[in-house]
Design a protein around this ligand. Structure first.
Ligand SMILES: Nc1nc2c(ncn2[C@@H]2O[C@H](COP(=O)(O)OP(=O)(O)OP(=O)(O)O)[C@@H](O)[C@H]2O)c(=O)[nH]1
Ligand SMILES: [Mg+2]
Ligand SMILES: [Zn+2]
Length: 292
């Protein structure tokens, strides 16, 4: 039975693409609904092709290697977390996305977009994420700076752009892949743009494969997390694991915490721990309400 990846979904119709690039219009069998499963873009499926004008059928959903719920997209391999100087960067959103990537084993890349507006952001990201296993690429869709290097980092991987509205994701996607999407004019009044991207689609261009999605700024940590887990997604904390006065230590405000000491010595950026503490407070609150 042929296998493919769902590149598009409109209503109950899906488009699957096989390894040769051929496309097939498919519908999901009712059994998926009965099993509480919904095929989403990025899913790898086994299918029966349709005959003539008839659609074919999705027969089987293959296991997902990663999944985002909002927006629904499966099997992202590399998440490009896009920030830019204007609108004001949402560092906490970037942090959330990084944690989610580490949790699901998705490779993450930080993109400092609109570098034509200044290079301070890329420098800051490099400083704060040097030990976080998230490389930083400074790019400008306007001048073309850094696009080749970013393309190289994306090649051979199913990529997805994420980041708040107005950071330039659609513009960047067009610049990287050569696929023209309609881009929204940034709203000057509130300087944070409006949501212009609605579809979820896997696009191919210039040898790259990128999911075009909207709404990643709404992403909450998928599923619940034990507060003890969060620290495991901070690579720079790991070498201090087990050396704090308390065991386990959540590296929050416990006395004798080696992570806090490393921050004081300038070995770990204070901003990273500050954002970690903010997320930890959220994770704790959600955890405490888990039986409500
Ligand atoms: N100066 C500068 N502006 C850019 C660049 N890339 C995009 N922009 C502008 O930033 C604004 C927002 O770009 P979009 O690509 O629509 O942003 P988006 O992230 O797709 O926004 P949503 O679809 O709302 O999530 C537009 O006015 C673009 O012209 C760039 O490299 N430099
Ligand atoms: Mg967009
Ligand atoms: Zn500690």
């Amino acid at each position: 039975m042929p296998e493919g990846i769902l590149i598009r979904g409109i209503g109950s119709f899906y488009t699957a693409q096989d390894a040769d690039g051929a496309e097939f219009i498919l519908r999901a069998k009712k059994k998926f609904r009965h099993q509480g499963q919904t095929p989403i873009v990025g899913d790898r499926v086994r299918f029966t092709p349709g005959m003539g004008e008839e659609e074919g059928w999705i027969e089987e959903l293959l296991p997902r290697r990663s999944v985002f719920v909002r927006p629904p997209v499966a099997n992202v391999e590399t998440l490009l977390i896009v920030l830019c100087p204007e609108p004001e960067p949402d560092f906490l959103l970037a942090e959330r996305l990084l944690v989610e990537c580490r949790r699901q084993g998705i490779r993450s890349v930080l993109v400092a977009a609109k570098s034509d507006l200044g290079d301070g952001l890329a420098e800051r990201l490099r400083r704060e994420y040097a030990l976080a296993e998230a490389p930083v690429y400074a790019v400008s869709a306007r001048t073309g700076e850094g696009l080749d290097a970013l393309r190289e980092a994306m090649r051979g991987s199913l990529c997805c752009l994420a980041g708040q509205s107005g950071v330039g994701k659609s513009t960047l996607l067009t610049a990287l892949t050569g696929i023209d999407l309609e881009t929204g004019e940034i709203s000057r009044k509130i300087a944070r743009g409006k949501n212009t991207t609605r579809r979820a689609e896997l696009l191919s261009g210039n040898g790259l494969r990128v999911f075009d999605t909207a709404g990643f700024s709404l992403l909450a940590l998928t599923g619940r997390m034990e507060p003890e887990q969060l620290r495991l997604y901070y690579p720079e904390f790991l070498e201090h694991e087990g050396t704090c006065r308390f065991d386990p230590c959540l590296h929050d405000r416990e006395p004798g915490c080696s992570v806090t000491a490393a921050v004081r010595e300038g070995l770990i950026p204070a901003a990273r721990q500050a954002r970690y503490r903010q997320l930890l407070a959220e994770v704790r609150e959600a955890w405490d309400r888990r039986y409500d």
